[in-house]
Design a protein around this ligand. Structure first.
Ligand code: G1P
Ligand code: ZN
Length: 597
């Protein structure tokens, strides 16, 4: 096998964003574009000769071609073995799982996550380190630096590798191992969750609908929900991965996952709905006619973790990205564990997990995960919810049997009511508190659905009312102008009265990593009010066209009587203030957000 050194000239725009380098497919197809970036990764990481690399992507358009190029470059750069998912497929969480399980030196993941795919869509590439997580900023910065001075790349002259059958083959001295992309990941899920309890839930009339959005999770969801957990096969919709995601926008939110949303808000809705994104790391959770905000989801998983086998020994701590609501902070306080606030992007959670400081992490952008891997994990979040639902039903059913046998009054003394330092969210306490619920509860007819769990959580912890408004594809100058204006206003805003609110602080968020001391500045403008409400402004770091301005709005409502208010209504005044102080409408000409979540 011959290795060629190809002369090249740098591109100036290969700066990784929030999650790797994302560009239009046409940009990646320019001669040398992909190769330059891959060589910049290899030059930066300086893997020892014979190192193992994991490789795979979400199957989007250009995935297969890119995999062949990377394999030949890996061979030319001295890797000993590449573990590649069959068909070039690995979901982002599965890639993290594979890197960790096989102790790879690192991994390359090909994905632009939830961005649309196809010849005119987006492509992306990201490097993950040996812990299975996205490379930290110091590595992504070094890759960017390398890309600015690159003069040549190395590639093997060899035929394409067959990717559709499992097994090993040789590319020069390097072994290419085509592995099952699903098995290791599904096994990991089975080790964390009570599959028997979930199987019982699903066979007892509980109806699940999972929307894979024609993206990477289809085969994973089929294997886990249908083959291993016995759900009917029509529980998984849009399960066939397609290179252009069927022309859709594979982002699991109320706007883009509309087929699922219509089913869950329609007549005869299933009990539980969920969706994942292009590369399988995001999740949306729905109950019957009910949407769970990702910030609430993180808090609820934390509050119920003791019901799940993989987490019943307790949580070390929780981390959330800065714009994510403080709902998880309240649970952390109740559990007496630390809660960390990091900049946006999963790469900031890795150090905290590696150091054993946190177990669960989450972002408002439909990302939730734990230290089982070092990426957020869509199907993991769905299984966590199903496990909680199954466990709560089981314990309520057991409680009902006991109540019927011996009369009420025993629940408060049950050991579960003392679990993890707080009692109220325990089924037993709430059953005991609610005689009518107790009377109506019976095996197979227990009202323990998603909405119940969320409302009960709010009743105990209060509700962090939350919404994010995105203004997509606005001109860069307008977006930068808004951010500059806000920075210029810090002085006048300090202590100002805006409507019913008084500004407590305003700043641009910066973060000092408690593990390695690295500092990340300019992570979003925060305006905090004296009652704990917040407005945050941030520019997206994942888009490929123009700018996306995100406004994050949050208030805190302890009063149960007001928990039924629609979030947009409850946040109306903060929304008005955010538009006023940013002059957003005037500067962008936009009357309303592109997407509200
Ligand atoms: C967005 C989300 C962020 C997430 C990232 C990758 O980044 O806001 O939370 O980590 O996608 O999925 P942004 O476009 O805001 O930079
Ligand atoms: Zn994603």
């Amino acid at each position: 096998m011959q290795i060629r050194a190809v002369s090249t000239a740098p591109f100036t725009d290969q700066k990784p964003g929030t999650s790797g380098l994302r560009k239009r497919v046409q940009v990646f197809r320019r001669p040398h574009y992909l190769e330059n970036f891959v060589q910049s990764i290899f030059d930066t990481i300086a893997a020892p000769l014979g190192a193992v690399l994991a490789l795979g992507g979400d199957g989007r358009y250009y995935n297969r071609e890119a995999i062949q190029v990377i394999l030949k470059m890996a061979a030319a750069n001295g890797f000993g073995r590449v573990l590649v998912g069959r068909g070039g497929i690995l979901s982002t969480p599965a890639a993290s799982c594979v890197i960790r399980k096989y102790q790879a030196y690192g991994g390359i993941i090909l994905s632009a996550s939830h961005n649309p795919g196809g010849p005119d869509g987006d492509f992306g590439i990201k490097y993950n380190t040996a812990n299975g997580g996205p490379a930290p900023e110091k590595i992504t910065e070094a890759i960017f630096s390398a890309s600015k001075t690159i003069a040549q790349y190395r590639i093997a002259d060899a035929p394409d590798v067959a990717l559709d059958a499992l097994g090993d083959s040789k590319l020069g001295d390097m072994t290419v191992s085509v592995i099952d992309p699903v098995g290791d990941y599904a096994g990991l899920m089975e080790s964390l969750f009570d599959f028997a309890a979930i199987r019982a839930l699903l066979s007892g009339g509980f109806r699940l609908k999972f929307d894979a959005m024609h993206a990477v999770t289809g085969p994973y969801a089929r294997e886990i929900f249908v083959n291993r957990l016995g759900a009917p096969s029509d529980s998984v919709i849009n399960a066939e991965p397609l290179p252009d995601f069927g022309g859709g926008h594979p982002d699991p939110n109320l706007t883009y996952a509309h087929e699922l949303v219509e089913a869950l808000y329609g007549n005869d809705a299933p009990d539980f709905g969920a969706a994942s994104d292009g590369d399988g790391d995001r999740n949306m959770i729905l109950g019957r006619h009910f949407f769970v905000t990702p910030s609430d989801s993180l808090a609820i998983l934390a509050a119920n973790a003791h019901r799940v086998p993989g987490y019943k020994q307790g949580l070390a701590g929780i981390a959330r990205s800065m714009p994510t609501s403080a709902a998880a902070d309240r649970v952390a306080a109740a559990l007496d564990i630390p809660c960390y606030e990091t900049p946006t992007g999963w790469k900031f959670f890795g150090n905290l997990m590696d150091a054993g400081k946190v177990t669960l992490c989450g972002e408002e952008s439909f990302g939730t995960g734990s230290n089982h891997i070092r990426e957020k994990d869509g199907l993991w979040a769905v299984l966590f919810w199903l496990n909680i639902l199954a466990a709560r039903r089981q314990s309520v059913a057991a409680m009902t049997r006991r109540c019927e046998a011996s009369g009420a009054g025993m629940a408060a003394s049950h050991p579960l009511t003392q679990t993890a330092g707080f009692a109220i969210t325990s089924d037993l306490a709430s059953v005991a508190d609610s005689p009518s619920r107790m009377a109506s509860s019976s095996i197979g007819n227990v009202s323990r659905d998603v909405e119940d769990i969320v409302r009960e959580h709010w009743a105990h912890f209060g509700r962090n009312v939350y919404s994010r408004h995105d203004y997509e594809s606005i001109p860069n100058e307008a977006a930068n102008g808004v951010m500059k204006l806000l920075h210029g206003r810090f002085g006048e805003l300090q202590g100002a009265h805006l409507g019913n609110y008084k500004v407590l602080f305003c700043d641009d968020f910066s973060y000092t990593d408690p593990v390695d001391g690295s500092v990340s500045t300019g992570q979003g403008v925060r305006i905090g009010f004296t009652d704990g409400s917040r407005i945050v402004f941030r520019l997206s770091g994942t888009g490929t066209e123009g700018a996306t301005l995100r406004i994050y709005l949050e208030s805190y409502e302890p009063d149960v009587a007001k928990h039924r208010l629609d979030a947009q209504q409850a946040l109306a005044e903060l929304i008005r203030i955010s538009l006023e102080i940013s002059e957003l409408r005037e500067r962008t000409g936009r009357e309303r957000p592109t997407v509200i979540t």
